[in-house]
Design a protein around this ligand. Structure first.
Ligand code: AMP
Ligand code: ZN
Length: 115
């Protein structure tokens, strides 16, 4: 099966503006930012949605959360704050079927979920 768009980004087959990378996690700027800072954080292993997280790959979620703390510090928003969004499935509007966390920051956000 053909790689998804984020797997292509991981393989550098599609360019991206990377802001964090380690052996199992990648973070890059969203191509269509919804906030001054809009970063997508993904595992390098292809997992399609949150519903595919299981005992075997759960450790990657821990790694993602640790990466998010590092990214927030590097972006200078660890104190001012940020919003984390993970769309899952059709009703959420998930477009890319490779699990990802949107880190949104750099402006005061209202009570609505969308930044
Ligand atoms: P979602 O709707 O949660 O699946 O979010 C997918 C996100 O991926 C959207 O915010 C898109 O703007 C973003 N996106 C799609 N293609 C690319 C790309 N090539 N580089 C960076 N971000 C992308
Ligand atoms: Zn993928």
């Amino acid at each position: 099966m053909e790689d998804c768009i984020f797997c292509k980004i991981i393989k550098d087959e599609i360019p991206s503006e990377k802001v964090y990378e380690d052996d199992e996690i990648l973070a890059f700027k969203d191509i269509k930012p919804s906030a001054p800072i809009h970063i997508l954080v993904i595992p390098k292993k292809h997992i399609s949605t949150l519903m595919e997280v299981n005992d075997e790959n759960m450790y990657l979620m821990e790694k993602i959360m640790k990466a998010i703390q590092k990214i927030a510090k590097k972006q200078g928003v660890d104190k001012t704050g940020f919003r984390l969004i993970a769309n899952c499935g059709p009703d959420s509007g998930q477009e890319v079927m490779h699990i990802h966390f949107h880190l949104l920051a750099g402006k005061k956000m209202g009570p609505k979920i969308i930044a």
